[in-house]
Ligand binder design. Structure first.
Ligand code: HEM
Length: 481
């Protein structure tokens, strides 16, 4: 008898639950979630996606799914349901949406390394205030003043390499160069502190792309320890600059730390110390691997494409020839004249964008083109969806820098997006251009070189680098004194 009563109660409970669920779903606005496969439990399609990126076949991975499900499809990546939105209109929606619709979503390791507060965590007017002030520091009018310093730095490093080595690993060299440029030009950090912090920054960079496991000995654990040491070193520098700013000995345009320290909100309050430290580390990370990737890819391309190499060499030598007097000093005007060299960089970023794409997260249930995307889901934009689209870039597989030369048919908005677009558009794009052109100018001027492994392919982990670090043999250019 008791068993029968239990059975009836369970049946009634199950029925009422089913009734409530049906009622809830029929009321829910989530009716038309995009098609797609969620892959295996927990891991979803993460492994396949990362494997494709490693083999530099990310765009094929996407194309396969677009062909099957259309340009808006669902999957599961890094443990979260994700909608990929591909194409120009999709880019416009993802990159152009406000923080009320889509928020920035970065891997948890990134947040641990930046700290609880950074530009990454800001929204609304505060985000605009901080980003706007940092942008002032990176606008072309300001960058003009750094060309000489940057040129000196690159020259010194390249000549030292030439003195000490017959072979160099380009990836290592470019990573160190972009680090030195950030320390020297963006943050005005002295050489001694810069060298002490280098190993710690390497550990912090590594932790960002590691598994989110904080256990003694793991990459994240080492990265967090390195972060503590970076903060210990940076706090006294911040205190000194704060004092100098208040005395008027230093101005907010001296460097990015001073710029962040000088910001005042609508109540005339400065930013929290944690926010300044977090943003400082964020800028280092955002501007490090991205620029180093582009500079490496330039050398990789020049090593294996004689025609492109000859054209770049000709442009750079012409710039040197046009210089008045014996001055061996790069100028802002000369940087503006490196038009072909920059088109090569633009074309490389079209075919191999340093950032494959990025995540956002829905704040509310959202609708795009008739598809429902539930609250809390990840949304991913990918540049190859438009960069390799034949309707936007004719013959997209062909390396053709002339696409960026006086285009009669201009590139539609949200189609060429190596630096992103919209709210989170890269603030370092001009800085990256000056860095890249200064480096390539000095590289071709200083060295003759040959690639040691012609078979070396590009692998994305997650940045696209030559798989062996691009070792090259170098010797001084014949006409160097
Ligand atoms: C070739 C070099 C670079 C490439 C390809 C690149 C690419 C990008 C992309 C695609 C985004 C947008 C990410 C998103 O939408 O989620 C971005 C954002 C950003 N970049 Fe760059 N970047 C480069 C260099 C730099 C440099 C040198 C700096 C610093 C000086 C920098 C600082 C930033 C910052 C702070 C953001 C975040 C802006 C925001 O969230 O509003 N980048 N970058």
């Amino acid at each position: 008898m008791v068993v029968e009563i239990y059975f009836i109660v369970i049946c009634l409970l199950t029925l009422s639950l089913a009734f409530l669920l049906t009622k809830f779903l029929s009321k829910s606005k989530i009716k038309n979630v995009p098609k797609g496969s969620m892959g295996y439990p927990l891991i979803g399609e993460t492994y396949g996606f990362l494997k494709a990126l490693r083999q530099d076949k990310g765009s094929e991975w996407l194309e396969e799914r677009v062909a099957k499900y259309g340009p808006v499809f669902k999957t599961s990546i890094l443990g979260s349901p994700t909608v990929f939105i591909i194409g120009q209109q999709g880019n416009k929606f993802v990159l152009g949406s406000s923080h009320d619709v889509l928020s920035s979503k970065k891997p948890p390791t990134l947040q641990r390394i930046f700290g609880k507060q950074s530009l990454l965590e800001l929204t609304g007017s505060r985000f605009k205030l901080v980003k706007g002030e940092m942008l002032k520091f990176l606008k072309p009018e300001c960058l003009q003043n750094y060309v000489e310093k940057m040129d000196e730095l690159v020259k010194t490093v390249l000549l030292r390499e030439l003195k000490e080595n017959k072979t160099i690993e380009v990836v290592r060299l470019m990573k160190k160069l972009t680090y030195d440029m950030a320390c020297n030009i963006l943050f005005d950090i002295d050489e001694q502190t810069r060298e002490v912090l280098y190993e710690d920054f390497i550990l912090a960079f590594k932790a960002i792309h590691s598994l989110p496991i904080n256990f003694p000995g793991t990459s994240l654990w080492k990265g967090l320890k390195a972060r503590e040491r970076i903060v210990d070193k940076i706090l006294p520098i911040m205190n000194k600059r704060r004092e100098e700013l208040s005395k008027g000995v230093l101005s907010s345009t001296n460097d990015m730390i001073s710029c962040l320290l000088a910001i005042r909100d609508e109540n005339n309050q400065p930013l929290d110390e944690e926010m300044i430290v977090g943003t400082f580390i964020f800028i280092f990370v955002a501007g490090h691997d991205t620029s180093a990737t582009l500079m490496t890819l330039m050398i990789w391309k020049l090593s294996r494409d004689q025609e492109v190499y000859n054209n770049v060499l000709e442009e750079q030598m012409e710039i040197i020839k046009q210089r008045e007097g014996n001055e061996d000093r790069l100028t802002w005007g000369e940087i503006q004249n490196m038009k072909y060299t920059w088109r090569v960089a633009q074309e490389l970023m079209r075919m191999i964008p340093p950032l494959f794409g990025a995540f956002r997260k829905t704040i509310e249930d959202t609708n795009y083109e008739g598809y429902d995307i539930p609250k809390g889901w990840q949304v991913y934009w990918a540049s190859c969806g438009t960069h390799m689209n034949k309707d936007i870039f004719e013959n997209p597989e062909k390396f053709d820098p002339s696409r960026f030369e006086n285009r009669t048919k201009s590139i539609p908005p949200f189609s060429y997006i190596p630096f992103g677009a919209g709210l989170h558009y890269c603030i370092g794009n001009e800085f990256a251009r000056v860095q890249t052109l200064t480096t390539i100018h000095n590289f071709v001027k200083t060295y003759e070189w040959s690639q040691m492994n012609l078979e070396e392919t590009i692998t994305r982990r997650p940045m696209p680098y030559p798989s062996l670090g691009l070792p090259i043999k170098i010797k001084p250019r014949c006409n160097m004194s």
